[in-house]
Write a protein that binds this ligand. Structure first.
Ligand SMILES: [Zn+2]
Length: 158
């Protein structure tokens, strides 16, 4: 990183902190030659994710659409928007870390379901039903029954 004052390419980082949105890192650097300070920003290069739909059609991954679906599944549940945003970030990150640019919608669904399950049982069932309903109804029903009997057990223990 060249010093904007003298052109020296050697500098040391004196401070780094994430920006408010957390999407980039702000670094204060000090030039080795003239000792003046300047700021650089570091951001992750993100690759667009293409979703392969069931019918083979492709569309760009739309995180807002996913977030909306999740938000609906979490209606009246104790799950915050922040938690859901983190979930979507994690899913997106998962594919980007593996440099996967084309992803089947099913893969996204499974990842989301897996994570949603840890957040909230009801939201998980609601969301899972959207994804699994037509593909595999019986496994969904089995899951639903299991969850219902689990919560009944919890009620009885009280
Ligand atoms: Zn300098």
């Amino acid at each position: 990183m060249k010093c904007p004052y003298c052109g020296e390419s050697d500098s040391k980082v004196v401070d780094s902190r994430p920006t408010d949105e957390g999407g980039s890192i702000r670094r204060r650097r000090e030039c080795h030659s003239c000792q003046r300070r300047f700021t650089t920003y570091e951001t992750v290069e993100s690759l667009p994710i293409i979703v392969i739909k069931k019918d083979g059609g492709r569309e760009a991954f739309d995180r807002n659409k996913l977030l909306k679906g999740l938000f609906k599944a979490c209606e009246k549940r104790p799950v915050s928007l922040k938690q859901l945003e983190t979930l979507v970030d994690e899913v997106e990150q998962y594919f980007q870390n593996r440099l996967m640019t084309e992803v089947e919608s099913r893969q996204i669904g499974e990842l989301v379901i897996e994570r949603l399950r840890k957040l909230d049982d009801i939201a998980y069932v609601r969301f899972a039903s959207v994804y699994r309903h037509f593909q595999d109804l019986s496994s969904f029903m089995a899951e639903l029954n299991k969850l219902m009997s689990d919560s009944e057990k919890k009620e009885q223990e009280k």
